[in-house]
Design a protein around this ligand. Structure first.
Ligand code: FUB
Length: 285
């Protein structure tokens, strides 16, 4: 089974991985993701797959395409932010599903998109800060952000678009990039927002395709961001995309990503992978 875009979550002593089910249909030239999967582990070694907790078509307004997603817990409920293809509005949309259990079943929380209207509305990452305020980031190749209301199923205020600069993300905004100029880096997609010891980290797939993983740091959840370099340089993963996430679990830190390395896999048959890591003493990767 191929598992793309792993989004990991720690809850009640267990690690959960939520991933799109890459069906990798011959001739292996396009994505086919109809549903997401969930796996749990009590030790990062043994994994249990649970029944399919959510399908793209569980969102009645969606046409399909179970693209990248992330789950978070708040007040005993589990909120799953997903990318799907809208049924009538051209492009991708962000939906939110809810469950009382980390393994589901999940159901559409609002019966409509949380945000819709553009091809680049993909790959939501969600984060709850220590003060209880919750944030979403998403986008390819723009980086959008919004604060969530406490209900976790509606947006507070306007959606913002981050100004990308060489200093913040390695290159200017996509529309300002000059052809043939070699920038330090270029944000592409798949953001992952988290906090460690007072510092905020935005990790993301970068460099266009094939993608590597890079990151920016900040002193606040909404920036200003500072480009910090690559975490996972380009290498032979067998997949032209990559999609990362980070968790701390039982005293260790783990970096999730995907490759095309399972037999028969590739760019449309990706598999979740993980490395244990330690941050440097100054908090950098
Ligand atoms: O899985 C479909 C898309 O490929 C994701 O939304 C992106 O992050 C990339 O991994």
């Amino acid at each position: 089974k191929y598992t793309a875009d792993p989004g990991a979550m720690v809850h009640d002593g267990k690690v959960y991985i939520y991933a799109g089910h890459d069906e990798c249909p011959p001739p292996k030239e396009h994505y086919q993701l109809n549903e997401w999967c969930v796996f749990s582990s009590p030790d990062m070694k043994t994994w249990t797959e649970h029944p399919v907790p959510l399908k793209a078509k569980d969102f009645s307004w969606a046409k399909g395409e179970a693209w990248a997603s992330q789950v978070i817990e708040r007040d005993g409920k589990f909120y799953w932010y997903v990318t799907v293809e809208h049924g009538t509005i051209h492009g991708k949309s962000i939906g939110v599903a809810v469950s009382d259990s980390p393994v589901g079943p999940f159901k559409d929380a609002i019966g409509k998109p949380l945000h819709d209207g553009s091809w680049d509305y993909i790959d939501p990452t969600v984060f709850i800060d220590d003060d209880g305020r919750a944030y979403l980031y998403w986008g390819n190749p723009n980086i959008y952000y919004a604060e969530l209301n406490d209900d976790m199923i509606s947006l507070k205020g306007e959606v913002g678009k981050l100004e990308q600069t060489v200093e913040s993300f390695g290159a200017p905004n996509p529309e300002k990039r000059v052809k043939d100029v070699k920038y330090k880096d270029t944000y592409t997609e798949g953001p992952w927002l988290h906090k460690r010891e007072g510092k905020y980290y935005l990790l993301y797939a970068a460099g266009g395709v094939p993608e590597h993983i890079a990151y920016s740091m900040s002193d606040g959840p909404l920036g200003p961001w500072k480009y910090m370099g690559e975490i996972m340089p380009l290498q032979d993963t067998g997949s032209f995309t990559n999609h990362c996430g980070v968790i701390d679990y039982k005293g260790n830190s783990y970096f999730f990503y995907h490759t095309g390395k399972l037999p028969g896999g590739g760019g449309f048959g990706r598999s979740a992978a993980v490395e244990q890591f330690k941050n440097n003493a100054d908090g950098t990767f």
